[in-house]
Design a protein around this ligand. Structure first.
Ligand SMILES: NC(=O)c1ccc[n+]([C@@H]2O[C@H](COP(=O)([O-])OP(=O)(O)OC[C@H]3O[C@@H](n4cnc5c(N)ncnc54)[C@H](OP(=O)(O)O)[C@@H]3O)[C@@H](O)[C@H]2O)c1
Length: 322
């Protein structure tokens, strides 16, 4: 991958650290001048990609991006009618598209097990697995298994799904991408209260904590699958104009409104990661087609003992190997 010239690298880093210009629509508007090339036409022909949270916003835009590059796409939603309506639209708009509906509530671990058993029975090889489903609830709620909702949807469900689909990932050809959020910079890894049982619940804090957990978990999956040369990355999309933002953060959506990115701009880096499989290091965290630090400059990195305690709890909650 060609390295951008030094002035571009400096400007790029400044956009990132100043947050507002980098996360807004100005980010891609400027960075596309020096960021790595688009994937070639047909880059994903003969490849199969699964996108969760595909029925809205960034996930839906990703699906369009993957189909445009020739992939067969499995669109996963929790609502059967909405997911089927999306498939009908995609088949009408992308002539000859190979697109399948998958229905599963990611936060329900039993549903993930049942769905994954069916999927692995039908699909032999998966080249892209994108954990995009996300939620920011106003109140604390629990899933069927008694887990706090953001923990289940952002962390436990995707972890279990990755574990159950691992054998379908193709050595030296597949990528797993976790859609985190820039909001995770405001949260450290909590290994003492994953379920947010103590203190006053805040959906925004639960969201930030579990988005941090996604980055930590993705990096450990990257280590685990490195021997098979399956790439695992996490990313954040910037601030994107989606139903999720207008319904969960209406004040923010209004304040930043004209600066929000389009859903396609929010989806860009994920599509690019799966289509190009660039090499990555460290915490494997990306934004606008470049690796970014996963902690702010003045913070220490993750405490390895806290990471181990966190991983042990995720393994115990999902019944997966430590
Ligand atoms: N928009 C932003 O500015 C922004 C910024 C940072 C990170 N993100 C992240 O980007 C991802 C997509 O967000 P978005 O803005 O596109 O939001 P969105 O429009 O609300 O889309 C969220 C998607 O997740 C699905 N989903 C939620 N809970 C689910 C569950 N239990 N099982 C299966 N699917 C579930 C939703 O399904 P339904 O259609 O059925 O509701 C929807 O398809 C999220 O992970 C979000 O955290 C977004």
């Amino acid at each position: 991958m060609r390295r951008p010239p030094a002035p571009a690298r400096l400007l790029d880093a400044a956009l990132d650290r100043l947050v507002v210009p980098g996360y807004s629509r100005l980010g891609p508007a400027l960075r596309h001048r020096w960021w790595p090339a688009d994937p070639p036409a047909g880059a994903l022909a003969g490849k199969r990609v699964l996108v969760t949270g595909a029925t809205s916003g960034i996930g839906e835009a990703m699906v369009d991006g993957f189909l445009a590059l020739g992939a067969a796409v499995h669109v996963l939603g929790r609502n059967g009618d909405k997911t089927q309506a999306l498939v009908a639209r995609l088949r009408a708009e992308h002539a000859g598209a190979d697109v399948e509906a998958e229905v599963c509530d990611i936060g329900d671990l039993d549903a993930v097990r049942t769905w994954a058993a069916g999927f692995t029975g039908r699909v032999g090889a998966l080249h892209g697995l994108v954990h995009n489903a996300g939620a920011l609830p106003a109140e604390r709620s629990e899933t069927a298994q008694g887990h706090e909702t953001t923990l289940a949807v952002h962390v436990l469900g995707p972890h279990l799904m990755t574990s159950l689909l691992a054998d379908t990932l193709v050595d030296d050809a597949s990528s797993v991408v976790w859609m985190s959020s820039g909001g995770m910079y405001g949260a450290r890894l909590r290994d003492d209260d994953l379920e947010f049982r103590t203190g006053e619940y805040s959906g925004v804090r639960a969201y930030a904590r579990t988005k941090r957990m996604q980055v930590v978990l993705a990096a450990r999956w990257a280590d685990r699958l490195a021997g098979r040369r399956v790439r695992v990355e996490s990313t954040h999309p910037g601030w994107v104009d989606t139903a999720g933002v207008t319904s969960s953060l209406p004040g923010f959506g209004k304040a930043v409104g004209p600066l929000l990115r389009t859903a396609a701009e929010g989806a860009d880096t994920t599509v690019w990661l799966v289509a190009t499989r660039p090499p990555s290091t460290g915490e494997h965290f990306w934004h606008d087609r470049a690796q970014r630090p996963s902690t702010l400059g003045w913070e220490r990195g993750q405490d390895p003992a806290a990471v181990t305690r966190f991983l042990d709890q995720v393994a115990a909650a999902t019944g997966t190997p430590a």
